[in-house]
Design a protein around this ligand. Structure first.
Ligand code: FAD
Ligand code: UDP
Length: 511
């Protein structure tokens, strides 16, 4: 079990501490057809090496010292932050500090064992799938996989129906003759194994296809989407409902990617391996805004030395600044630095990164929401949040498959049964109901999904503009980029950013 520096001043999550009775699943699976066996491990896989370079305990001095010598500061220990941190340390030879506001690593992929010994996901069900060989190979260095093909059934007035809606689904809801005609028409129009977004199908001029489109729209998309987003399918970006297209075939799997499965020992373990490196320090329970802020370089003197990165102990009770708790906020700085009042002043791009009130000239990789970094000066960026309700039953399974979507009734959108995902056979099982909520920015509430539409993306771009001139500042990840990325896409983006920033390290430190 990894230990990492824990800062108790801030607790943004109510996730309970993990108890680890261990995986009951001792089975051996092969993973897809191209499984990369075993764990290659990092270049620094020695546990002694690792523990010597991780902090334990709550140490403000340790934090200050770490920040003072950091080449790279990563905000957020989800997939974006953890992969980037690993690459910066390993490939770039950089000293990396990871700051995570939750009391644990893993971001939304975090999992832990519940009281019943079931490995559950605390921030939504996460099933890994990708067609990206580089991403799969990369993660395979840090975990073994359990083969798992996720299946989802929609409960349509009591009839379990495969989604994505496919030929099997059609046959469950249409009379045999009509079903055959619709299937034939789909094949003539789109061919076999095609993925047809519901919005495209609704634009069809063919009567048979329109009949299908209406049925699927009403029984699969309309109510579920209203619950999930508070919007109709037309009011969100078409790419959102296109994630679950109508499928012209009989494959009942939710994802058709080449590689799909679950980290055999869970995501949290995978993250522990990712972050296990002597040049990485991880501080959890710390909101980066307590130590990082931005200004214009003309609001406050600084004693930047010849090495512009600060190298001294800062004194955590400084009279100004986030650490002292009384310092100017980013928006205060904007007002001080400009004629107060105009929106031009509020839009002025930041010119400096301050870490513990000293100019920082290393790299800052930010994976959280951008509006918070600018004190929400243009208002909250719209996100959707979720509440989760867990229930444990003393029986093998309660659902027919990993997830059931409630597309025509219920307040929750879906229920996931974790024992399908893990393969655990304990004679008991844990399920989780998901209740979508408006994100209002309350303390502890988590922004899970960016609500994609042109208005919201413009609001995001306005925030983005504030950070556009900063050398060394990079946004990465689902929140910071305000996009709807799956895990594999985030890993790919982190690797690509590392390619740009740290490839030189392969030459310098590659031996
Ligand atoms: P996150 O995992 O959100 O990590 C960001 C981290 O930054 C968080 O830990 C946060 O606490 C931290 N942070 C933010 N601000 C600060 C700050 N100021 N100071 C310190 N720390 C900060 N993808 C799949 O591929 N398959 C799935 O089945 C799947 N299911 C999903 C289900 C749900 C309900 C959700 C919400 C997402 C799902 N995803 C799935 C998407 C997946 O969660 C993301 O792609 C992935 O977690 C993004 O990683 P990230 O690092 O960008 O963000
Ligand atoms: N969707 C729906 N009914 C379903 C499944 C999905 O309406 O049974 C729509 C809904 O708008 C949802 C989107 O398709 O938000 C994307 O679904 P996905 O399962 O990819 O969502 P995620 O797992 O990311 O929450």
């Amino acid at each position: 079990m990894v230990s990492y520096a824990k800062n108790n001043r801030h607790s943004a999550s109510s996730a309970p501490e993990a108890s680890h009775p261990g995986f009951a699943d001792g089975s051996v699976d092969s993973f897809a057809t191209e499984r990369v066996s075993g764990r290659a491990g990092g270049s620094t896989g020695d546990p002694a090496d690792y523990s010597a370079n991780f902090l334990t305990g709550d140490s403000a001095d340790g934090l200050a010292g770490d920040l003072a010598s950091a080449d790279v500061i990563v905000v957020g220990a989800g997939f974006a932050g953890a992969v980037l941190a690993r690459e910066a340390a390993e490939r770039g030879g950089q000293k990396v500090v990871v700051l995570e506001q939750r009391p644990h690593i893993g971001g939304n992929a975090y999992d832990e064992y519940d009281a019943a010994g079931i490995l559950v996901h605390r921030y939504g069900p996460h099933i890994f799938h990708t067609n990206n060989r580089r991403v799969f190979d990369y993660l395979s260095r840090f975990c073994d996989w359990r083969a798992y093909d996720h299946e989802v059934l929609a409960d349509i007035h009591g009839i379990y129906t495969p989604v994505p809606f496919n030929f099997n689904s059609i046959e469950r809801h249409f009379e045999p003759e009509l079903a055959t005609s619709i299937i034939q028409r789909l094949l003539q129009t789109f061919g076999a194994d095609a993925k047809v977004p519901i919005i495209d199908l609704r634009n069809s001029s063919d009567a048979l296809l329109l009949q299908l489109a209406d049925f699927v729209y009403v029984n699969v998309f309309s109510y579920y989407t209203q619950k999930q987003w508070g919007l109709t399918p037309e009011q969100i970006d078409p790419s959102v409902t296109a994630r679950v297209p109508i499928y012209t075939g009989r494959d009942n799997r939710y994802f058709t990617d080449t590689y799909q499965g679950m980290p055999r020992n869970g995501y949290t373990k995978l993250f522990e391996e990712l972050l296990k490196h002597p040049r990485i320090r991880v501080h959890v329970g710390l909101d980066a805004q307590e130590v990082v802020r931005f200004d214009y370089g003309d609001v406050e003197s600084s004693d930047a030395s010849k090495d512009p990165r600060w190298r001294e102990e800062p004194g955590r009770n400084a009279s100004k600044g986030p650490c002292g708790g009384e310092g100017p906020t980013a928006s205060d700085s904007a007002v001080e630095a400009n004629d107060p009042g105009g929106s031009d002043a509020l839009d002025r791009p930041f010119e400096r990164i301050l870490v513990l009130e000293r100019p920082f000239s290393g790299k800052l990789i930010y994976t959280g929401p951008l509006d918070l970094l600018a004190d929400k000066r243009f208002g909250l960026l719209p996100y959707r949040s979720l509440d989760f309700v867990y229930k444990t039953y003393e029986q093998k399974h309660v659902l027919p498959c990993g997830t059931v979507n409630y597309t025509v009734d219920k307040e929750y959108t879906r229920i996931t049964e974790f024992t399908y995902l893990t393969g655990q056979e304990l004679g008991r099982t844990t399920i989780m109901e998901e209740y979508p909520r408006a994100f209002e920015g309350a303390v502890g509430q988590i922004p899970y999904y960016a609500i994609l539409n042109s208005e919201n993306e413009a609001a995001y771009e306005r925030y983005r503009g504030l950070f556009a001139k900063l050398d060394g500042f990079f946004t990465l990840g689902r929140l910071a980029e305000y996009r709807y990325y799956n895990m594999d896409q985030i890993v790919a983006r982190a690797l690509e950013l590392a390619d740009r920033l740290f490839s030189f390290g392969e030459l310098r430190h590659g031996a």
